[in-house]
Design a protein around this ligand. Structure first.
Ligand SMILES: NC(=O)C1=CN([C@@H]2O[C@H](COP(=O)(O)OP(=O)(O)OC[C@H]3O[C@@H](n4cnc5c(N)ncnc54)[C@H](O)[C@@H]3O)[C@@H](O)[C@H]2O)C=CC1
Ligand SMILES: N/C(=C\C=C\C(=O)O)C(=O)O
Length: 487
C-alpha cells in the first residue's frame, strides 16, 4: 500500500451502474513502482450479474438499426476525442508508456476504432442467388450472437479493448469486457462516457479482475457464445479448453517473433529509424514489434554501426517527459523476465552492443524503483537461441547477417510464430516475391505499422486464430444463415 497517498479506486460497470466489489487488487505505477490504484478482484458473482444485464439489454440493442447504432458509436468517438488528453495522461501513468505515444497513437486509435466501425457497419451487404429451374431465391442474413466476451491485454489497453468493443456492439451484440488487471484505468474511464453517448444500460459491461478468476468465469459461462481474446499463447490454450464443451466461437490474437529483412538495396536513411522504432516502440511491448533483424552481409557492418548509434539516441525517460522515446515496462516481473533473456544471450556468448548492462540509465531519483530498461541490441547470436525463438515482448532486438534471399526466408519462417514481418528493399519484384513466401499474417515493406483497418489483421501458426478488420470482425461478431424462398 502507498502509505497516506490517495488511491484511485475502480468499480465494475454492470447494467449501466458503477458497482463496488468485495475484494480489490493493487495496481502499480510502472514508473515509480508504487501502488496508485485498486482494481476490483471480481469473480463468478460479478460475471453472473453482467450476464443478466447483457441478456436483458440484447433484444433492444440488436433490434436497433445499424444506422442508430452507428450514431451511438460516433457520439462515443466524439466524446472520447474531447477527453483525449485526460485519457492519454491516464494511459501513460497506468501502462508506463510515454504520454507522447498515448497522445499520438493509443487514444487517437481508440477514437478511430469507434468511428471506423460506426461507418463500416453501414456498408455490409449479403449474398443472394436464384435457382430459376426450382423457382427458388437463396440469400444470407447475418445476426448478432448475443453476449460477446472480450478479454484484452496490458500493452495497448484502450486501443485493443475498443478494437473489440466497437465491432461487437456495432453488429448488435451486447458485451462483457475484461481488461487486463495491470491496466484497467482507461476502460473504467470509458464507462463514464457510455451513458452520455447513448449506449443503453447493459450493452457494455466492464468487469475487472484477474484472468484465472474472472476471466475464466467469463469464458466458461454458457450464455457467452463467443470470446475475442488478445494476449499470450498459454492463456489462449486455456481459453480454448474452457470453450470446447460449448463450441464457442473464438478469435485469438497472440504473440509474434517478428523478423525485419533488410536487403543490400534498402534505403538505410528510412530503414534505420523505422527499424529502431519497430523494435522499441512502446518499450517493445507490441505484438507487432521487430525482434529479429536479418541484414544482408554486404551492408551488415554499416547497418549495425548506424543502428546502434540510432538506438543510443532513443531516450528512456519518465512517461511524462516529452523528450522520452521510451517509458517504463509494465511490471517488475516483466522487467525481470526481459532482463533474464539478456543474461541468457550473454551466457551463450552473444554480444550485447548497447543497452542493458552496457550503458547507464539516468532517471530522476523518485523513479529509480520504476521498471525501466534501456533499448538493447544483441548480435553474434544463433538462430536456435531462445532470444531468437521466443516472444520476449520488451526492448530487446537481435541483429544477424544473411547471404541469400532463399536462406533468409527459410530462417525468418523457422519460428513457431507468424504475425508481422518487415521487408526492406528497393527492388519491387523482390519485395512482392519475399512477402508472398513469408509465413506471416502481415507483411510491411519499406514501412512499419501502417494500418488499414478495412483489411484482415491477425497471425498464422502460433500467432493466433482468426482475423479482425471491417469484414472479418463483422463476420466474427455475427452468425450467418442461408434462407431459401420458393416462389
Ligand atoms: N497480443 C499479444 O501478442 C500479447 C502478448 N502478450 C504476451 O504474453 C506475455 C504475458 O503477458 P500476460 O499479461 O500475462 O498475458 P495474458 O495472456 O496472461 O493476459 C492477457 C489477458 O488475458 C487475461 N487472462 C489471463 N489468464 C486468463 C485465463 N486463464 N482465462 C481468461 N483470461 C485470462 C488477463 O487477465 C488479461 O486480461 C507477455 O510477456 C507477452 O509475451 C501479452 C499481451 C499481449
Ligand atoms: N494486438 C496487438 C496490436 C494490434 C495492433 C493493431 O491492431 O493495430 C498487440 O500488440 O497485442
Amino acid at each position: 500500500m502507498a502509505g497516506t497517498k490517495t488511491l484511485l479506486i475502480l468499480e465494475n460497470f454492470i447494467g449501466g451502474k458503477f458497482l463496488p466489489c468485495n475484494s480489490y487488487i493493487d495496481s502499480y505505477d510502472p514508473s515509480t513502482g508504487e501502488v496508485y490504484c485498486r482494481v476490483p478482484n471480481s469473480g463468478k458473482a460479478e460475471i453472473e450479474a453482467a450476464v443478466e444485464a447483457a441478456r436483458e439489454a440484447f433484444p433492444g440493442w440488436s433490434a436497433q438499426s445499424p444506422q442508430e447504432r452507428s450514431q451511438v458509436l460516433t457520439r462515443l468517438a466524439d466524446l472520447l476525442e474531447q477527453s483525449l488528453e485526460e485519457f492519454a495522461q491516464a494511459e501513460s501513468k497506468d501502462q508506463g508508456k510515454t504520454v507522447t505515444l498515448a497522445r499520438t497513437m493509443d487514444i487517437p486509435r481508440s477514437v478511430q476504432n469507434f468511428r471506423f466501425f460506426a461507418s463500416s457497419i453501414l456498408h455490409h451487404t449479403s449474398e443472394c442467388t436464384q435457382m430459376d429451374h426450382a423457382g427458388c431465391l437463396h440469400y444470407t442474413v447475418r445476426t448478432p450472437l448475443g453476449i460477446a466476451g472480450l478479454i484484452s491485454p496490458w500493452n495497448l489497453p484502450l486501443y485493443l479493448l475498443t478494437w473489440k468493443i466497437a465491432p461487437a456492439i456495432a453488429a448488435g451484440n451486447t458485451v462483457i469486457a475484461k481488461p487486463s488487471e495491470l491496466t484497467s484505468v482507461t476502460a473504467w474511464m470509458l464507462c463514464k462516457l457510455l451513458h452520455k453517448a447513448g449506449v443503453p444500460p447493459g450493452v457494455v459491461n466492464i468487469v475487472f479482475g484477474m484472468g484465472p478468476i474472472v476471466g475464466e468465469a467469463l469464458v466458461s459461462h454458457p450464455e457467452v457464445p463467443l470470446i475475442s481474446f488478445t494476449g499470450s499463447q498459454p492463456t489462449a490454450e486455456r481459453i480454448t479448453q474452457l470453450s470446447a464443451p460449448y463450441c464457442k466461437k473464438l478469435s485469438l490474437e497472440l504473440g509474434g517473433k517478428n523478423p525485419a529483412i533488410i536487403f543490400e538495396d534498402a534505403n538505410l536513411e528510412e530503414c534505420i529509424p523505422a527499424t529502431v522504432r519497430s523494435s522499441f516502440a512502446s518499450q517493445g511491448e507490441i505484438c507487432l514489434c521487430t525482434s529479429r533483424i536479418f541484414v544482408q552481409k554486404s551492408i551488415y557492418s554499416e547497418f549495425l554501426k548506424r543502428f546502434v548509434e540510432a538506438t543510443r539516441k532513443w531516450k528512456v525517460g519518465i512517461p511524462s517527459d516529452p523528450s522520452a522515446s521510451m517509458g517504463a515496462l509494465i511490471s517488475k516481473a516483466h522487467l525481470e523476465k526481459v532482463r533474464s533473456y539478456v543474461e541468457k544471450a550473454r551466457a551463450e556468448g552473444a554480444q550485447i552492443l548497447c543497452g542493458e548492462g552496457v550503458d547507464k540509465l539516468s532517471l530522476p531519483p523518485r523513479n529509480q524503483a520504476g521498471y525501466f530498461m534501456l533499448p538493447t541490441v544483441i548480435t553474434d547470436i544463433k538462430d536456435e537461441s531462445c532470444c531468437m525463438k521466443e516472444e520476449i515482448f520488451g526492448p530487446l532486438t537481435c541483429v544477424v547477417p544473411f547471404d541469400s534471399e532463399e536462406e533468409v526466408i527459410k530462417r525468418a519462417n523457422s519460428v513457431k510464430y507468424g504475425l508481422a514481418a518487415t521487408v526492406w528493399s528497393s527492388n519491387v519484384g523482390r519485395v512482392h516475391r519475399v512477402a508472398k513466401k513469408l509465413q506471416s499474417g502481415l507483411v510491411w515493406t519499406n514501412c512499419w505499422l501502417i494500418r488499414e483497418l478495412n483489411l484482415p489483421f491477425g497471425g498464422m501458426k502460433s500467432s493466433g486464430i482468426g482475423r479482425e478488420g471491417a469484414k472479418d470482425s463483422y463476420d466474427f461478431f455475427t452468425e450467418i444463415k442461408t434462407i431459401t424462398v420458393k416462389h
